[in-house]
Design a protein around this ligand. Structure first.
Ligand SMILES: [Ca+2]
Ligand SMILES: [Ca+2]
Ligand SMILES: [Ca+2]
Length: 121
């Protein structure tokens, strides 16, 4: 999913599923934000094997990336008891070598592009 507008994405996990990537948009300092609870991620992510990319001993269920440049960067807020699980670097998701921070909770793993504003609890 590519989000090109400004502002914050509001998710309705009951209406969206099998998301593998959330692209907050690289261009423009529009300070996009996405806020996801553990329940949101469980509802949004694929139920059939995730993204097909594994790291840190687990499948990655969701990648989130966007504007990591300059003073204004996109925001990712995760709640629900996430634990940092190292990093992974791949060009498969964004088309160029990109390093992601990994977070795990309740058997799901989310990869958030390094350099985004991240608030994880
Ligand atoms: Ca953006
Ligand atoms: Ca920026
Ligand atoms: Ca920001």
């Amino acid at each position: 999913m590519l989000f090109t507008s400004s502002g914050t994405i509001l998710f309705d996990a009951a209406r969206m599923n099998n998301l593998e990537t959330i692209d907050l948009g690289k261009n423009g300092d529009n300070n996009n934000a996405v806020t996801l609870s553990l329940a949101d991620v469980l509802g949004l992510s694929s139920t059939s094997g995730g993204t097909g990319i594994s790291a840190g001993g687990d499948d990655i269920d969701l990648f989130i990336f966007g504007d990591d440049q300059g003073e204004v960067r996109d925001d990712v807020n995760l709640s629900g008891g996430w634990t940092a699980n190292g990093t992974v670097t791949t060009s498969v998701v964004t088309g160029s070598e990109t390093t992601f921070n990994l977070y795990v909770a309740s058997g799901v793993q989310v990869a958030v592009q390094q350099g985004l504003d991240q608030l994880v609890a």
